[in-house]
Design a binder for this molecule. Structure first.
Ligand SMILES: [Fe+2]
Length: 398
């Protein structure tokens, strides 16, 4: 057993290893999800060092155990006491370890091999240390395929583990901020839902439908998140609509309808004051356009066609579908098939055809509608019916 600790890699035979570190750095700047990124680091490390496989073990504070967050060639997770095995020793001592014959190392824990069915002959293990100097896990390459693990291999793996440490810290910070923001958004959404028990759950359902539509349209993660937040907050402006109008059982008179319609502009101005992250910058726009209609008959701006944002078109479909299928003060709910048929009949004029089709795909996947029914509804909807002649009841301004 040999224990070493090195600084910056001085990779002599270094071309491929330097190229590998450059690829890692590039990936860190592009990928924001931890697992694919660490999987890339593991495979780069194995290839550059000539190891059979690499594993990134992270420390779970609540269980006080190390677990295989990313493990090449292993499907299931392994958990073990953070004080046990070579990995446990490296974690505890924060010191790199080169073991070229595991049988000679008293720390070696054969139990893990028994559980995985793998045979560990040699192991190069380095700690993953955060900017506060705390170990957050270990990076381990096993079974050098030719010769022994040496100091150069250790330097290289330490450099990779350094990249892993920064990435883990950044992603955790990002996740923390995101969870904080999400809880803030859901408290806002709950506060408007609390106004009227009958419509409680509307925003959450609109978010689910919108998210399903966005996924089926192949939207990227960021745009989809923006759609979800906008869907959750689309009616927030109703905070300014008095209770007697919001909960009125019968039809609204003109002044009341005006008041109700004003919720969209209020939503827009409230959300415009929220400082969204760059990738969520479109949230206020998406939310502000949920009552716009393709033929320009919507409000507040009477936008038409693709002047309405894609997010706005998606939420419009989800909002109406949710409203039609829920009990309201002024009417009974429709069945999923009746509501979908009603919306599909307005495809291309009121609602975006792709968004409606994507809703159909989502409802089929959720077993809420039959595939044949969705195809039939979509194929019998056409652009030859004049605007306003469909059988869509009025769910609109509420
Ligand atoms: Fe609305």
């Amino acid at each position: 057993m040999q224990t070493v600790s090195h600084g910056i890699p001085a990779d002599e035979g270094g071309g491929p290893r330097l190229a590998s570190l450059l690829r890692i750095t590039r990936a860190i700047n592009q990928v924001r999800e931890l697992r694919p990124l660490l999987a890339l680091l593991a495979s780069e490390a194995s290839a550059a060092i000539g190891a059979e496989r690499s594993t990134v073990f992270l420390y779970d504070v609540s269980r006080r155990e190390l677990w295989s967050f990313v493990a090449e060639g292993l499907e299931r997770q392994i958990w073990f006491d953070a004080g046990s095995g070579i990995a446990g020793r490296v974690f505890r001592t924060r010191t790199t370890s080169i073991v070229n014959d595991t049988r000679s190392d008293p720390s070696f824990n054969p139990e893990i091999d028994r559980r995985t069915g793998f045979s560990t002959r040699s192991a190069l293990t380095v700690p993953i240390i955060d900017t506060m100097g705390k170990a957050t896990g270990v990076f381990q390459a096993v079974n050098k395929m030719s010769g022994d693990f040496d100091g150069d291999d250790a330097e290289f793996l330490e450099a990779v583990a350094g990249e892993a440490a920064v990435t883990i810290e950044n992603v955790r910070q990002y996740e923390k901020r995101r969870r904080m923001f999400e809880s803030f958004v859901s408290v806002l959404a709950d506060s408007i839902e609390a106004r009227d028990p009958l419509t409680a759950g509307h925003s959450l359902n609109v978010m689910r439908y919108s998210s399903g539509i966005a996924a089926n349209l192949g939207m990227g993660t960021d745009e989809r998140r923006a759609v979800e937040y906008a869907a959750l907050l689309h009616d927030y402006g109703k905070i300014g609509v008095p209770d007697d109008v919001l909960r009125k059982p019968g039809p609204l008179d003109q002044a009341e309808a005006e008041l109700m319609r004003s919720h969209v502009e209020r939503t827009a101005s409230i959300l415009a004051a929220v400082e969204f992250e760059e990738e969520l910058a479109l949230v206020p726009i998406f939310a502000a356009e949920h009552h716009e209609r393709l033929d320009g008959s919507g409000y507040p701006r009477g936008l038409s066609g693709d002047r309405i944002s894609r997010g706005g078109r998606i939420i419009a479909v989800a909002d109406v579908f949710e409203a039609l299928t829920s009990v309201r003060h002024y009417r009974d709910p429709m069945s999923h098939s009746e509501a979908f048929e009603a919306i599909a009949s307005q495809c291309g004029r009121i609602f975006d055809r792709e968004a409606v089709a994507a809703l159909g795909t989502y409802l089929v996947a959720e077993k809420l509608l039959q595939e044949d029914f969705v195809s039939l509804s979509m194929s019998s909807s056409g652009s030859d019916v004049p605007a306003g002649s469909g059988n869509l009841p009025r769910p609109s301004s509420r």
